[in-house]
Design a protein around this ligand. Structure first.
Ligand code: COA
Length: 249
């Protein structure tokens, strides 16, 4: 069976690559379980100083697998692997770097709000289409985005929900730097290596301090969003929007 999430350690950096290119790296349940396990392992493994996450081919991630969402409407326990991953990511103690090599939709974008450094290629596109799908924000984004961007900008991204480009993501501060796609992996790895070479206890303490004001209430918000998300998945608005995507061909 092909691995949908691959792990590769270069020095003290663990690289996690989403490997489902034929579905634009949409995340299914097996992938969430693998991602959670990878983060658990990376948190415990002293040889890992930083984690770099990226996507394969032309996408970072097209978000949660929409067919899985349909299945979860009648089986809300199906959301458990997503929730576990989100909590693990939000509390991950070591530096987390993202290399956004293309489309980042839904959780493909909300995941980035938890990363410490984000690099993207100029072709990358971002979108938070929850409301258009009859759903609500997840991953703590209803708390993190207003805190980061202010109410109006957060509302623009989460309610108007239009796709935005890498330049906009950079201007908004969601991305540290735009890097040509050919150099993106290398650059992100170099930055991750720099972090991983620093005194680990000081680095982790500093990360925790930088994030401390954001962490207040974050775990609860992730749960509140998750419960509302599960409710919305059952309702007609989401069922119709998801069916429209799956039947569009
Ligand atoms: N869940 C499940 N399958 C997905 C997917 C997702 N989130 N995103 C893409 N795919 C699948 C497509 O169904 C297609 O599968 P097929 O070849 O078996 O028909 C394949 O990935 C390629 O996608 P396609 O739509 O043909 O590529 P594109 O370049 O025209 O568009 C996207 C790419 C990502 C813009 C488009 O697929 C899309 O809008 N996907 C949904 C994104 C989304 O709403 N995510 C959830 C957020 S909560």
């Amino acid at each position: 069976m092909t691995e949908l999430v691959t792990l590769y350690q270069q020095g003290a950096v663990l690289q996690i690559t989403l490997q489902r290119p034929e579905k634009k790296n949409a995340l299914n349940q097996a992938m969430y379980l693998q991602l959670t396990a990878a983060l658990e392992q990376a948190a415990d493994d002293k040889s890992v100083g930083a984690v770099l996450i990226t996507g394969s081919s032309d996408s970072f991630s097209s978000g949660n697998d929409l067919a899985d969402f349909v299945a979860m409407a009648d089986k809300p326990e199906g959301l458990a692997p997503v929730m576990e991953f989100l909590h693990r990511l939000a509390a991950f103690p070591k530096p987390m770097i993202a290399a956004v090599n293309g489309l980042a939709i839904g959780i493909g974008t909300t995941m980035l709000l938890h990363c410490d450094l984000v690099y993207a290629c100029p072709e990358a596109k971002f979108q938070l289409p929850f409301v258009d799908l009859g759903l609500v924000p997840e991953g703590g984004s209803s708390l993190l985005l207003p805190n980061m961007l202010g109410h109006q900008k957060a509302s623009e991204l989460l309610l108007l929900a239009e796709r935005f480009n890498a330049e906009t993501a950079y201007r908004l501060g969601l991305v540290n730097q735009l890097v040509n796609v050919d150099e993106l992996q290398h650059h992100a790895m170099e930055q991750a290596e720099k972090l991983a070479s620093k005194p680990p206890l000081a680095l982790q303490a500093a990360k925790q301090m930088i994030k401390s004001h954001r962490q207040m209430g974050l775990s609860e918000v992730i749960d509140i969003e998750g419960r509302e998300f599960a409710t919305k998945l059952k309702q007609q608005e989401a069922r119709a929007a998801l069916a429209a995507f799956l039947q569009r061909r």
